[in-house]
Design a protein around this ligand. Structure first.
Ligand code: NCD
Length: 354
């Protein structure tokens, strides 16, 4: 895996490993303080962000690396002159060892990943996916609930445009005994492709307009804000401004061990009084986000490539492909990976090695 575009690019065991590393980083940050010395992260943000961009930057600084990039790519980068995402990514690969990209166009980080020669991380693409928020969510659930299996998860708010919701459902659908309570007005229900995937995975779910009806059954309540910036003119015209509000009263039937998450920013869907409730974990969630991004940067910089089994080979190991860079540049370090067909293949050109 070179890039992280979709949370499903990571297997459950990859996620377990990231959680393990992130937990170790949180406990022993100094051990990792030089891990990315000499490496540079580019943050290319074409949409507003506070937590995601700053936590990526704090993560890279925490690993001893450097950061460059822009926070307002729509105006500040050459995209405003008509440069394609692919060209931007190709160019930034010259200056940076890893890229985190947020873009309003769905699929833009995937296009960047295909063009870039360095790893690209999807830091949110339109209303589509947000896999690193999901990693933060998974680390929070795993640390605060002690498990990722056997959970009833309420997700409330804008399920239509909430990209964090789409990635979270995709990720949690792979664990055992997960049940979703999907709370939204009908106009902001999940997109059809997410429902189809849940059905295909045989996931149990309930769609409801009531925040309180299933409250007493929830192990996790994931609140989200309404993504008004993604509304079209009709949706804006129909918007009556009435949303869900989690407060001490609507929380009254919740289990004492329920955990409240929110990717943030919140608008008014969680009353400030809830911040003092020990079940509120959304600020901790933002902190977990930094540690899991550190683990992800390490993983993509140092153990990526085709898969986990990359091997550095002896200099005399030949690649049979005479058009491979190994043939053209005899001094280059030789690397191979174990392909799914069981063959050891050259990392540069994929030719099977003898
Ligand atoms: C989310 C996003 O950008 O999708 N924020 C975040 O990254 N923590 C949620 C949101 O904007 O509502």
């Amino acid at each position: 895996m070179k890039d992280l575009i979709n949370i499903l690019d990571l297997s459950i065991s990859d996620i377990d490993e990231l959680i393990k590393v992130a937990t170790d980083i949180k406990a022993h940050p100094t051990k990792y303080a030089d891990a990315c010395r000499g490496k540079t992260l580019a943050t290319l943000f074409f949409e507003p962000s506070t937590r995601t961009r700053l936590s990526f930057e704090a993560a890279m600084y925490g690993l001893g690396g450097n950061v460059l990039g822009f926070a307002d790519g729509g105006r500040m980068s050459s995209a405003s002159k008509g440069e394609t995402v692919s060209d931007t990514a190709r160019i930034v690969s010259i200056y940076a060892d890893i890229i985190a990209m947020r873009h309003h166009i769905e699929g833009a980080p995937l296009a960047a990943g295909l063009a870039a020669r360095v790893p690209v991380i999807n830091a949110g693409d339109g209303g589509h996916f947000h896999p690193t928020q999901t990693l933060a969510d998974l680390l929070t659930i795993s640390s605060e609930c002690g498990r990722l299996n056997n959970l009833t998860i309420g997700i409330c708010g804008d399920l239509k445009y909430g990209r964090t919701v789409h990635s979270l459902i995709a990720a949690m659908s792979r664990y055992q005994n997960i049940r979703f309570i999907l709370i939204s007005p009908a106009s902001l229900a999940l997109p059809e492709y997410v429902i189809r995937e849940m059905n295909a995975a045989g996931i149990e779910y309930v769609q409801t307009t009531s925040l309180t009806k299933y409250m007493s059954e929830l192990d996790v309540l994931y609140m989200t804000r309404v993504q008004k910036e993604r509304f079209d003119a009709d949706e804006l015209a129909q918007d009556d401004g009435e949303g869900y509000i989690l407060n001490n009263e609507t929380l009254s039937t919740a289990k004492p061990e329920m955990r409240i998450l929110h990717p943030l920013p919140r608008v008014d869907e969680i009353a400030v009084e809830v911040d003092r409730d020990p079940r509120a974990k959304y600020f901790e969630q933002a902190e977990y986000g930094k540690f899991i991004r550190m683990a992800l940067i390490l993983r993509l910089l140092y153990s990526s490539g085709k898969d986990e089994s990359i091997k550095t080979l002896k200099a005399e190991t030949k690649c049979p492909n005479d058009r491979c860079i190994v043939a053209v540049e005899p001094e280059i370090e030789r690397h191979a990976y174990l392909a799914p067909d069981g063959k050891l293949r050259c990392l540069y050109c994929d030719a099977a090695l003898e």
